[in-house]
Design a protein around this ligand. Structure first.
Ligand SMILES: *Cc1c(COP(=O)(O)O)cnc(C)c1O
Length: 371
């Protein structure tokens, strides 16, 4: 007899910074029995997952894989493989995840330089160029969709600029992939990573990653071994492509789930999916503003997948989130880091981005705030 009760998990409406709601087809895929990680059927599935990831990243990059681990494992893989001790790394810091990139890059011996902006703002091409002119960087890292602030970093022209100064462009796409266009090849992004539980609407556990030709060349010409064995892309790449040499056991069922989640993206189509995210975000913004709530990010830099709302004076922000959860089964997020206590974070990601969820949340907030 176990003293513990049967697992009893409530069904929530997930409208926070992630995880997002998961489609029943994805949950169903997760429940198939595991097969061997070198089983020919699983190898065929690995190839399909890679093809599907190329579709959503909009890339032809052969090295496109789901890293085992959450988005932060993708971040770690994107950094440790391209940093050697003493390398200069320029990081755009305008939120919590830019800070995390600095923290990780420093641990691999990088000489980290911070390009800073207040939380909620984005970087211009000129600012990035000024920083590179002052001192070139081997790697320039930007967060495409800052989940801590709700700002969308424009990427057009950034790669050309970074390449002109001899560097590689690394982009965190955790809260953009599958929700807003990432366009790895068209934008010449060298390294991009994401997570499964945000706009791809899969449970957390895998980190899609893609590496372009310039970055692959940099990986091949390293002077030192990658300082992280588990995430060494040369070793991991030999398991996902080429010789299929055992490196670590792929999380089998998570790959079933990711395949199904990506198939749902493909069925909907990228353009339709981006339009759906934008349409529902605009409805949410209009509804919040109608209630006299202020949005933290300027309209032109607003992220459709995550909205930051200023907490009105005199309102207990944590109490509102608790009431949303207790009374309406809705999860939204609180502020993080510099915005702690100042904003709510509302995610409309993947399967969670629906008219029904926007309507429900606006009605619940109207009631709770008495507006
Ligand atoms: C969520 C997130 C991460 C980290 O992903 P985990 O899955 O929590 O490890 C990294 N970057 C951004 C922008 C994120 O939103």
């Amino acid at each position: 007899m176990s003293p513990y009760a049967d697992l009893n998990v409530p069904t929530r409406t997930l409208l926070g910074p992630g995880p997002s709601g998961v489609h029943p087809r994805v949950l169903h895929a997760l429940a198939y029995p595991p097969i061997g990680h070198l089983d020919p059927q699983f190898i065929a599935l690995m190839n399909e997952v890679q093809d599907l990831l190329r579709y959503v990243f909009e890339t032809e990059n052969p090295l496109t894989i789901p890293v085992s681990g959450t988005g932060s494992a993708g971040m770690e893989a994107a950094l440790c493989n391209f940093i050697e001790p003493g390398d200069s790394v320029l990081v755009g810091v305008n939120g919590y995840f830019g800070e995390r990139i600095c923290e990780m890059a420093g641990r691999y011996g990088a000489e980290v330089r911070r390009l800073e902006r207040p939380w909620g703002e984005v970087f211009t091409l000129d600012e990035i160029e000024d920083a590179l002119r002052a001192k070139p960087a081997k790697l320039v890292a930007l967060v495409h969709a800052e989940t801590s602030t709700g700002a969308l970093q424009p990427l057009d022209g950034v790669a050309d600029l970074v390449h002109r100064y001899g560097g590689l462009l690394l982009v965190d796409c955790v809260t953009s992939l599958g929700g807003v266009p990432v366009q790895v090849d068209a934008r010449k992004i060298d390294i991009a990573y994401s997570g499964t539980q945000k706009c791809l609407s899969c449970p957390p556990g895998l980190a899609p990653l893609t590496v372009g030709p310039r970055a692959l060349e940099a990986l091949r010409s390293r002077r030192s071994k990658v300082a992280n064995w588990y995430l060494d892309l040369t070793l991991v790449g030999n398991y996902w492509g080429g010789s299929r040499t055992y490196h670590h056991t792929a999380p089998i069922n998570m790959n079933y789930a990711l395949r199904e989640a990506l198939r749902l993206v493909q069925e909907e189509g990228l353009e339709a999916r981006y339009a759906r995210h934008r349409r529902h975000a605009e409805l949410l913004w209009a509804g919040l503003e109608e209630m006299d709530l202020a949005l933290h990010v300027a309209p032109e830099h607003r992220l459709p997948t995550l909205t930051t709302v200023r907490v009105p004076a005199g309102v207990d922000e944590a109490a509102v989130r608790k009431a949303l959860l207790d009374r309406y089964n809705i999860e939204i997020g609180g502020g993080l880091g510099a915005l702690k206590g100042q904003v709510w974070r509302i995610g409309l990601m993947g399967h969670s981005s629906s008219l029904q969820n926007v309507t429900l949340l606006l009605a619940a907030l109207r009631e709770l705030l008495g507006r």
